[in-house]
Ligand binder design. Sequence first.
Ligand SMILES: Cc1cc2nc3c(=O)[nH]c(=O)nc-3n(C[C@H](O)[C@H](O)[C@H](O)COP(=O)(O)OP(=O)(O)OC[C@H]3O[C@@H](n4cnc5c(N)ncnc54)[C@H](O)[C@@H]3O)c2cc1C
Length: 429
Amino acid sequence: MTARRPERLREVQAALAAAGPRGIIAHGRGRSYGDAALNDGGDALLTRRLDRLISFDAGSGELVAECGVTIDEILSVFLRRGWVPPVCPGTAFVTLGGALANDVHGKNHDRDGGFAEHVRWFDLLLADGTVRRVTPDGAPDLFAATAGGIGLTGIVLRLCLRLRPIAAPAVVVREDRMGSLDDFLSAFAGRARQASYSVGWIDTLARNGKLGRGILETAEPAPAGRSFAEDRKGATMPIDLPDFALNPIAVAAFNALYFHRIPAGGRERVLGLRRFLFPLDALDGWNRMYGKRGFRQFQCVLPNGEAAGGIRKLIAAITESRAASFLAVLKTLGRAGVGMLSFPMPGMTLAVDFPNRPDAPDLLHRLERIVLDHGGRIYLAKDSALSAEGFAQMYPRLDEFRRVLAAVDPAGRFQSDMARRLRIREDVA
Ligand SMILES: Cc1cc2nc3c(=O)[nH]c(=O)nc-3n(C[C@H](O)[C@H](O)[C@H](O)COP(=O)(O)OP(=O)(O)OC[C@H]3O[C@@H](n4cnc5c(N)ncnc54)[C@H](O)[C@@H]3O)c2cc1C
């Protein structure tokens, strides 16, 4: 893969013109877990030097910024001024271009939807080298194909995002133990759905009556003037954990400690917003916990009616495989995304990672089957193993998406390993 790192529009255009037969794909900060931003044998356009903040309107909250600006950089400038991006994924080290191309969601999806809902317009470099300003009303198909479109419609050069005013850079967090999956499901059906933010941490190694036990966190924006636990200073994971540390007994002990750290009656704390939204960002190189062979991530959503049965089967499959997973994450999603390939649907989403052992592909294959049986879908930002057939069943707007690609990029200039694996561009392959 040849990496290009342009700083100006004409350099982006030159990189596109220079791309060979395997095409080119935008690459933000590479925080997608699979191959969405990779292009073996072709070109990748690294966007990190396209990182200028262009304008901000304090009346409307509209920020115009280049695609390589990260959520972390926006927070560094705007948090103390009382503004935040309305949708933040679980790490701040993602670019605006990457956030739009995966139409990312946060712990507030029920209330605030996905990232693309808050984008007023973007400038898109198309396969023919021209730049087009795309709005949801002016070019609804191109907007919906690019939001969640994993970089295949073109390079998003800059975009206009509506930031949200906040009274304080903190949240009031309530943490409660959930003794089982049933406890989680009833909390998510009730009070957690009313909260501004909600997320569950599940111990995937707990079995039988404790299957699906974990901690539920709900949070509300803190009022001005409340003191709060500061965002942590960053620590670094100094080594790759050796394999023996990743056995199910050691990981089960870690998960149990995590569960018991919350008192039986729950607790309430005021936390800095970053600390609440991005817990993993405090540990640089956290992925080294999974050792040299790395790990696989899996995330799916199941529609509301199927969530209870399906999530139970998914957790049971992971537990039985003894895949030694640290905590899994359970969240609710409130509505479909605006993109043709947006991940969200009204339902529950489960995200889990496990060590990259030889049997990991088998487990991922079994999980895909369960998701299909329950009418759900797997998230492309987290995927490295989905089959092309499974993908086509999970994403019902795929034909619409392909029609837009055929119109804007008939020769298939934008390509990626994921697009080839999932046969997304089979019309132009
Ligand atoms: C710890 C962690 C927690 C996470 N939590 C969440 C979460 O809670 N919710 C969630 O939704 N996601 C989550 N993610 C996934 C992450 O938000 C997405 O993968 C995001 O897209 C990564 O952004 P990036 O800038 O690194 O993009 P990359 O991973 O580099 O690229 C992602 C996709 O965007 C495309 N792209 C990037 N820039 C552009 C551009 N300028 N123009 C066109 N296409 C572009 C790429 O081609 C690729 O298809 C998490 C990831 C991590 C590592």
